[in-house]
Ligand binder design. Structure first.
Ligand code: PFF
Length: 460
């Protein structure tokens, strides 16, 4: 069950720090820096943040342990992993296959948003922002970027190119090395910006907003927090499973999963503690929606001391976060082709990189007036980009989460489950922790996720 087929030691992490950096790099992404602050703003702050933390601890973390565990135990990519551990039952392989499909789909539109970040990074370097602080000028700047076919395709090409180059270099020489340096730089940049945030007049109102009690919290906010916890921890589609498969047989699963979840949460809260002081310092509303970092933050920062440098640091941070996540998405698809079809890394990476690039083009065109944008909005009520995000985030991720929970909770035999939980981990021998974990993956996660899906279908 644990034979490594066509793998050797260069396809294992050099150190557990390397694994934590790579997996935290997967988790920390646009979801933390772009999305979490704006949904926190839209849902009124403190109570939403508290509920989100609860979702991470009670649902996200147990599934993360289960997912990394399937990877470590099987030493295989998603589809193969379910095949091996279920002794060939093909139904379980569907969970892995859906995950690979979801990863490909997510990366195809993720790259477009990352591309906007690249464009803004360039604008911050060359000082290309409007001279006056008229909000309309910034809104127009962002709108014209979203609508521009040429710019979207250009930045999509650059971003997918960098991602593909890193994955081509393999686990140790590419992904682990990039993640070690990238995550270190990311935390330094975030720390620098957070210190800058404390010097601003909006700092205390921001603390109150992020940690205080709020009354805008609704049912819908709760569901949004839950869905986002999944997306943010990169759960449900086999990315953590793939990275877990590069662990050594006796590496710690429980402790490293906790470290990854903490790193992800620190960055999400850290991003709020950077963005809200900036917004509040010039009197902007926190509920600006998706344009928060592309419209409101440039407007605000450029009115503040050292704003130009602040913007540059911020978009560099965004780019690093996006890259380490994109790398994990591409790696998952690549691992599938290497493992299941016996392809070489070079062939698998260039083919998948190219395929995802092409699949991203309709998303690049989604801001325009053509078929994939305005056309589909008329037919489906959403653009191609929105539809891809909706399908992946609202359906494929939660379905994968249920599959992983049920598999580890019910399909693995109890002896194997206990052994795998304990193996390599000091925390693994804590009986009560094991008990809570089993409770979460057997009952709590599947039930809660089904409720969320029923709500999405408007059955509840
Ligand atoms: N966790 C990433 C983020 O928060 O941006 C997104 C992501 C990466 C989701 C990898 C899923 C995944 F497999």
């Amino acid at each position: 069950m644990t034979d490594r087929a066509n793998r050797n030691s260069s396809s294992q992490w050099q150190s557990s720090i390397g694994f934590i950096a790579a997996a935290a790099g997967s988790a920390v992404g646009l979801g933390n820096i772009w999305k979490f602050p704006y949904i926190t703003g839209e849902n009124g702050g403190g109570t939403f943040v508290l509920f989100y933390l609860l979702c991470i601890a009670v649902l996200g973390l147990p599934i993360m342990v289960a997912e990394v565990m399937i990877g470590r135990t099987s030493q295989s990519s998603p589809v193969r992993a379910f095949q091996r551990l279920s002794m060939g039952n093909s139904w379980w392989q569907v969970v892995g296959a859906l995950g690979v499909f979801a990863g490909i789909l997510i990366l195809s539109y993720y790259s477009i948003v990352a591309g906007w970040g690249l464009h803004y990074l360039l604008l911050s370097i060359v000082g290309g922002f409007p001279q006056d602080s008229n909000p309309q000028a910034y809104t127009d700047l962002f709108d014209s970027l979203v609508q521009s076919v040429r710019l979207n395709i250009w930045w999509h090409t650059v971003f997918m190119g960098i991602t593909t180059l890193v994955v081509l270099r393999g686990i140790r020489g590419g992904i682990e090395r990039f993640a070690n340096w990238g995550m270190l730089a990311l935390f330094l940049l975030l720390g620098g910006l957070a210190i800058y945030g404390t010097t601003l007049p909006g700092f205390f109102p921001a603390i109150e907003f992020v940690f205080g009690f709020s009354d805008n919290f609704t049912w819908k906010s709760a569901l949004e927090a839950l869905g986002h916890a999944f997306f943010s921890l990169s759960l449900g589609i086999g990315a953590m499973l793939t990275y877990g498969s590069y662990l050594k047989r006796h590496d710690d699963v429980v402790g490293t999963s906790i470290a990854i979840a903490i790193a992800d949460t620190v960055v999400a809260i850290g991003a709020c503690l950077v963005l809200f002081p900036i917004a509040f310092s010039v009197g902007l509303e926190p509920s600006a929606g998706p344009g928060l970092i592309f419209i409101n933050i440039p407007i605000a920062l450029l009115q503040l001391p050292f704003g130009q440098i602040g913007l540059l640091v911020f978009f560099l941070l965004l780019l690093l976060a996006a890259l380490t996540s994109a790398i994990s998405l591409l790696e998952m698809a690549v691992a599938f082709f290497i493992d299941s079809l016996g392809w070489t890394r070079t062939l698998a990476t260039s083919t998948m990189g190219g395929f995802i690039y092409l699949l991203g083009i309709p998303s690049a065109l989604s801001g325009g007036e053509g078929f994939f944008g305005a056309g589909l909005r008329q037919i489906l009520g959403m653009t191609w980009f929105d539809a891809a995000d909706y399908l992946a985030s609202n359906w494929l991720l939660p379905l994968g989460g249920i599959g992983i929970s049920l598999f580890v909770g019910w399909r693995l035999n109890s002896q194997q489950r206990v052994t795998e939980f304990r193996d390599g981990s000091r925390l693994g021998s804590w009986q009560w922790l094991y008990f809570l974990w089993v409770l979460a993956i057997r009952w709590l996660s599947p039930i809660v996720i089904v409720l969320v899906m029923l709500y999405n279908l408007e059955i509840l």
